[in-house]
Design a protein around this ligand. Structure first.
Ligand code: H79
Length: 425
């Protein structure tokens, strides 16, 4: 008995219990990979200060000062139908929204404490409920981003690398904090209908803590077997995770320093990035990526066999700034015309190159020429393919030598992505 208890304890510490995804879960992973493009939404009480979601930590605000924000947060212009329609217009298939960020503020009707939008703001509504209902109506799936790091909760102790300046007592029970988090997750997976998954962030704050992820992941999969678990811990995936994610980098790259160094295993992949530099609303940040940059990001991600989760940080009044909505609609237009080369594809036979990427389905290969000035483009190892044409049917000249192909690109080129379609033989 003693030995079993010891082994169980060891397995829990290492988070190493075996995990066999259910058939529903495997099916959800296929859906997820087919979806390829989602909308990330960072929205919280921090939006009132218009300075990003890290403002509490960056300005060293104690909890007592930060608690002055909720009475000022009244996003009366929030309209779930408009947000979901915008995601659809952008060609996105799912939304991932912050249920709780590092400031610990719940954007939903939690019963676990009063630090939430319903109890602590004049708004009093539950935006996640409204969003969940609207997503179901419009056929969009919904993930919740849930921060494991918490700068507000007294039991988030001992503290990690961040949140040292919030003036909380020098005591607390981390297990009790994890019970609290599991209770919030239970609410999220019980009161909002089918949820596509949980997107964790913040474990990096306390690398050596026992996060009990085994227990938490099992809870999620028990409540909703199809829900996909992912975590932005910047490490190789742990058992119980259903996709591997990257932040501000394509899979396997780590220029921003917030990702694992490599793709490990065969889980579905997702990368996320912002339109300007901020995740949460930042009024001063005008460093906007162009529509072309963003479309090429979607295409490159697809070439890596990864989804792209593109972020907006709504304003404190509940609307999304025009610089973002304009870009999303332009991306959607492009996706409308080129979507068959992105949705339901997997990474293609040729790995990502500087000139572009390839994607594929069971019967077709798509060559995405993103950055190539010359008329001739040689692509090695495409496999046996023929019938090269553009998406509008216009023929593209090609000559094959073994499995390598030389394309003569059309004189009139798409400035964003010239897509060549080929049939597999
Ligand atoms: O939720 C988003 C970020 O808040 C979170 N992950 C994404 C998805 C994240 N946590 N840590 N980081 C991102 C990287 C940390 C960046 C920081 Fe900073 C640099 C924190 C403090 C200095 C950026 C610049 C944020 C505040 C100032």
């Amino acid at each position: 008995m003693k030995l079993i208890a010891l082994l169980l304890a060891a397995a829990a510490t290492l988070g190493a219990q075996p995990y066999t995804p259910t058939p529903e879960n495997l099916k959800a992973r296929e859906w997820f990979q087919d979806a390829r493009f989602g909308l990330f939404i960072h929205w919280g009480v921090y939006s009132v200060l218009e300075d990003g979601e890290w403002v509490m930590n960056v300005r060293k605000m104690p909890v007592s000062e930060y608690e002055q924000l909720p009475p000022r947060f009244n996003p009366t212009k929030f309209n779930a139908a408009e947000w979901v329609s915008l995601a659809k217009a952008a060609g996105m298939k799912y939304i991932t929204i912050t249920s709780k960020h590092h400031d610990g503020f719940a954007m939903f009707a939690t019963r676990q404490n009063k630090w939430n939008i319903v109890d602590a703001t004049p708004f009093k509504r539950d935006p996640l409920k409204e969003l969940a209902e609207e997503c179901r109506k419009q056929g969009i799936k919904l993930f919740f981003y849930h921060s494991q790091l918490d700068w507000h909760h007294p039991d988030y102790f001992p503290r990690g690398r961040t949140g040292q300046t919030t003036g909380r007592p020098e005591s607390g029970d981390f297990d009790r904090y994890l019970d609290f988090m599991d209770a919030q997750l239970t609410e999220l997976l019980t009161n909002y209908g089918p949820i596509a998954g949980i997107w964790f962030d913040g474990m990096w704050d306390k690398r050596d803590a026992n996060w009990r992820i085994d227990q938490t992941y099992r809870l999620i999969h028990r409540l909703q077997p199809a829900a996909l678990v992912g975590s932005n811990h910047h490490l190789k995936p742990f058992p119980g995770e259903d996709f591997q994610m990257f932040e501000k980098d394509l899979p396997g790259k780590n220029t921003a320093g917030h990702s694992a160094e490599s793709v490990i295993g065969t889980l579905p992949l997702e990368t996320c990035d912002t339109i300007n530099k901020a995740w949460g609303y930042n009024a001063k940040d005008k460093s906007l990526k162009s529509t072309k940059d963003l479309i090429q990001y979607v295409v490159r991600a697809a070439g890596y066999g990864a989804n792209f989760l593109l972020n907006v940080g709504p304003k404190p009044d509940g609307t999304i700034q025009e610089e973002f909505t304009v870009r999303l609609r332009e991306i959607g237009k492009w996706m409308g015309a080129h979507g068959e080369s992105i949705y339901s594809t997997r990474g293609g036979p040729v790995g990502p190159r500087n000139w572009g990427v390839t994607t594929q389905t069971a019967t077709k290969v798509y060559v995405h020429v993103l950055d190539w000035q010359d008329e001739l483009l040689a692509v090695p190892s495409l496999g046996k393919v023929n019938n090269a044409r553009l998406l509008n049917g216009q023929k593209v000249e090609m000559s094959a030598s073994g499995t390598s192909v030389l394309f003569r690109l059309p004189a009139q080129r798409d400035g964003i992505d010239t897509v060549i379609v080929l049939d597999k033989q």
